[in-house]
Design a protein around this ligand. Structure first.
Ligand code: SF4
Ligand code: SF4
Length: 316
């Protein structure tokens, strides 16, 4: 089993983690209308990842080469420039990049963008709270997503406690790849966990995500036994996890959990391919395709045949 790796020291996290997006009015990340906070940093490396900007825990510069007007402002602004080019650019070693964002700030054509901004707990929750009217009208709240929010247990705990004080409904979107203590502690503080099941075969899981599924399945069984409110999320990826054997194994596993949990089938969308390019990363994401509506319906029906509560999409 792969050892847990954290993209940054969790104990340093209460002072802030890098948030790369705050998406308002989301209707696919838990009950009601939600504000989804995307946190950078993830111990998994899913080949189909549609949020590649979430993988690295630190802020980073994304580059759209087609927008560059060759003005040289980034070279001048970069404290690590060699006088010809800035530290970070397509196709060259960027180990010296300080991730300071000075080049992005100087860039007139928006060819450079700094992805990820350190956010502290109180400031982040104050921003979320602005959406309270939407939450109250719809039964919604905030969803902490990523990346993997469980990489930052101290930060996440502080956010969840503050949200609870303010009576904001909370969801945590997780791969489940964390220590048993962390998942159990967070499950006690969050109103609902959105828990991914990607593949039931451990070798296939490891081949495509970089980690086996032992800890993930074990944590899910434990949390279910503890009475945690869990929405299971199944990212449906044709050619990877839509075969009969996997669907049957998943249905049997979920049916045998100590408590019943709904399953949400999430059709894969290849939105991450261009983002990988902008971050200068190699990707195999283009190998995957979206399932057709008929394929999604067939999977939903097949899982329902096991007496499970199954939904097409991310909400009831
Ligand atoms: S983020 Fe900072 S160090 Fe990195 S290339 Fe831009 S200006 Fe240079
Ligand atoms: S500042 Fe922006 S537009 Fe100018 S050379 Fe650098 S990347 Fe290109």
């Amino acid at each position: 089993m792969k050892e847990l790796e954290h993209p940054s020291d969790p104990d340093s996290a209460p002072s802030g983690v890098a948030v790369f997006n705050i998406q308002r009015c989301s209707i696919h990340d838990g009950p009601g209308i939600r504000t989804t906070v995307f946190i950078k940093g993830c111990p998994l490396r899913c080949d189909w990842c549609h949020n590649p900007e979430s993988l690295d825990g630190a802020p980073e510069v994304a580059i759209t080469e087609g927008k560059c007007v060759s003005c040289g402002a980034c070279v001048e602004a970069c404290p690590e420039s060699d006088g010809v080019r800035p530290a970070r650019g397509p196709g060259w070693d960027d180990e010296t990049c300080r991730r300071c964002g000075a080049c992005a700030e100087a860039c007139p054509g928006e060819a450079r963008e700094l992805i990820g901004e350190p956010r502290a707990v109180a400031d982040l929750v104050a921003e979320i709270e602005r959406d309270r009217p939407f939450f109250e009208a719809s039964g919604g709240g905030v969803t902490f997503s990523g990346g993997e929010p469980l990489c930052y247990p101290s930060f996440l705990t502080a956010c969840l406690k503050l949200c609870r004080e303010k009576r904001l409904h909370t969801a945590v979107d997780t791969s489940g790849f964390a220590s048993k203590k962390v998942v159990s502690d967070i499950a006690r503080l969050a109103d609902v966990l959105l828990y991914d099941l990607k593949h039931m075969d451990s070798a296939a899981h490891e081949r495509r995500t970089g980690v086996d599924n032992g800890r993930i399945l074990d944590n899910l069984r434990t949390l279910s036994g503890q009475g945690a409110v869990i929405w299971i999320r199944f990212p449906l990826i044709p050619g990877f996890n839509d075969d009969s054997e996997n669907l049957e194994a998943m249905a049997s596993f979920v049916a045998a959990l100590p408590n019943p949990h709904p399953i949400f089938v999430l059709p894969y969308h290849p939105t991450g391919v261009d983002k990988h390019r902008r971050l200068g990363r190699e990707t195999t994401a283009a190998e995957f395709r979206s399932p057709s509506e008929d394929e999604v319906d067939a999977v939903v029906e097949r899982l329902r045949a096991h007496g499970l509560d199954v939904y097409n999409g991310g909400a009831m």
